[in-house]
Design a protein around this ligand. Structure first.
Ligand SMILES: Nc1ncnc2c1ncn2[C@@H]1O[C@H](COP(=O)(O)OP(=O)(O)OP(=O)(O)O)[C@@H](O)[C@H]1O
Ligand SMILES: [Mg+2]
Length: 418
């Protein structure tokens, strides 16, 4: 699946890069060609201008040193296309051939023999269309300027080669770099995808266990249709308990799914964190006493912040549930709540079993349970701290754990006061 995406991304990257290169190379080539020929065209125009200034007498043109460029020829043609006058005289046959291709308007390029010519025809306007020469008068239609542009053409050819070479090298680099970058870009996607796969697998697994219990108990009930509800109360209790566990699990999964989809549905109201902590501790006191665990709250100052009251209650329940659950008889759990440098700090510390150092970074992962065999009996699936982390982070806060095996665990939550 990722191979295909990687290939697609690479091709797309390379294509975009290729288009950019072609666009850039084309622009460069066009610009240079324009500049080069613009100069030639200017020189041709100058020559024509000099011809006009000189009164339409070609022989006089070349006495003007300013406009002189030995590569530029000037012809005067009559209505039949015959050359009436020309200068200079060397290499003239080829030039004449080139001149024959000249059209009015845009300059033309053509190769004749060993040279490349650029020619342009301009209608003759001087002397009423008549050119007077010592050898007679000629009816003239147009003046043709022809320039030899071998060096410009050679330069453009070299430029084209360089551009093609650079484009090819650039493309190779783009494919390699594109492949590498696409691979890098896919790393977080792949890890998110694998996490999601793991989540679905774990969730299915957790749902399958209560379902199996419900199914076997129901099948056993059906086997003895004559027994009373009282007779089968144990099995019925199992069914009810497992159904309850399933519905809690589904509710939790739904919360996480909503959190993933970015719909936190957080309410924002002024909440007294110290009051919430005290109330939550009261809620857990019977359970703690029953286990022989002492439970204390140290919340002397009032800590008010804008937050979702229900979510914070849920957070406290998750943390206290863990603390009481993982603390054996004779231990203690303490909740503290205080303000410090713009943050509200909530700490739940216990003197319980502690968490092995290698597990500490993983306890906030979904479905992570330290001791799988034991936690199952406690009804834990390992989602408590994952939800806790989501609640804290959705409030813009941070949660971390400090723990020593055998000595106890401290979960520290910091929430921004504003
Ligand atoms: N106070 C604690 N003392 C020792 N270990 C803890 C404590 N809190 C969490 N843990 C460890 O972290 C794991 C994950 O905790 P979490 O609350 O996410 O799951 P759980 O309590 O096992 O199940 P659930 O909360 O879904 O009922 C626990 O299984 C346990 O191993
Ligand atoms: Mg828990």
């Amino acid at each position: 699946m990722f191979r295909k995406t990687l290939r697609k991304l690479t091709i797309l990257n390379s294509l975009v890069f290729f288009l950019v290169l072609v666009w850039f190379g084309g622009s460069l080539y066009g610009f240079v060609a324009y500049q080069l020929f613009d100069e030639v065209d200017d020189a041709m125009r100058d020559r024509l201008e000099a011809f006009r200034v000189a009164g339409g007498r070609p022989s006089m043109v070349f006495s003007r040193p300013v406009a002189f460029d030995p590569r530029i020829y000037l012809f005067v043609r009559d209505a039949g296309g015959r050359v009436v006058n020309f200068f200079p005289v060397d290499n003239i046959e080829a030039v004449k051939l080139a001149a024959a291709g000249a059209r009015p308007g845009k300059p033309q390029m053509q190769r004749v023999g060993d040279h490349i010519y650029r020619s342009r025809s301009v209608p003759y306007q001087g002397g009423g269309g008549v050119l007077a020469r010592p050898e007679g008068t000629f009816a003239v239609t147009d003046v043709v300027t022809v320039a030899i542009v071998d060096s410009e053409a050679a330069m453009l050819r070299r430029l084209l080669m360089i551009i093609l070479g650079a484009t090819a090298a650039g493309m190779l680099a783009a494919v390699v770099a594109g492949y590498f970058l696409a691979g890098r870009a896919l790393v977080p996607v792949r890890s998110a995808w694998e996490k999601q796969q793991q989540f679905v697998a774990d969730a299915s697994h957790e749902l399958r266990t209560p379902l199996a219990v419900i199914k076997t108990n129901a099948e056993l009930l059906l086997r003895y249709p004559d027994r009373t509800i009282r007779d089968e109360s144990v099995r019925l209790t199992n069914v009810v308990r497992e159904a309850g566990r399933m519905s809690r699990l589904v509710a939790t999964l739904l919360t996480l799914a909503r959190a993933d989809a970015g719909q936190p549905e957080l309410a924002a109201e002024d909440v007294r964190l110290d009051g919430l902590a005290a109330a939550a501790a009261e809620q857990f006191r019977p359970l703690a006493e029953q286990k022989g665990v002492s439970l204390g709250v140290a919340a002397k100052e009032s800590v008010t912040l804008r937050a979702d009251r229900e979510r914070l209650q849920q957070l406290l329940v998750i943390l206290l549930d863990n603390a009481v659950k993982f603390t054996p008889s004779g231990g203690s759990v303490s909740v503290t709540c205080r303000r410090q440098s713009g943050q509200a700090y909530l700490t739940v510390a216990d003197t319980g079993s502690g968490i092995p150092p290698e597990d500490v970074p993983r306890i906030f992962d979904r479905f992570f349970r330290g001791d799988r065999s034991r936690s199952r009996g406690d009804g834990g699936v390992g989602l408590g701290l994952a939800i806790a982390r989501w609640i804290v982070e959705s409030h813009g806060g941070r949660i971390k754990a400090e723990s020593t095996v055998g000595a106890g665990t401290k979960i520290i939550v910091s929430l921004p006061l504003k």
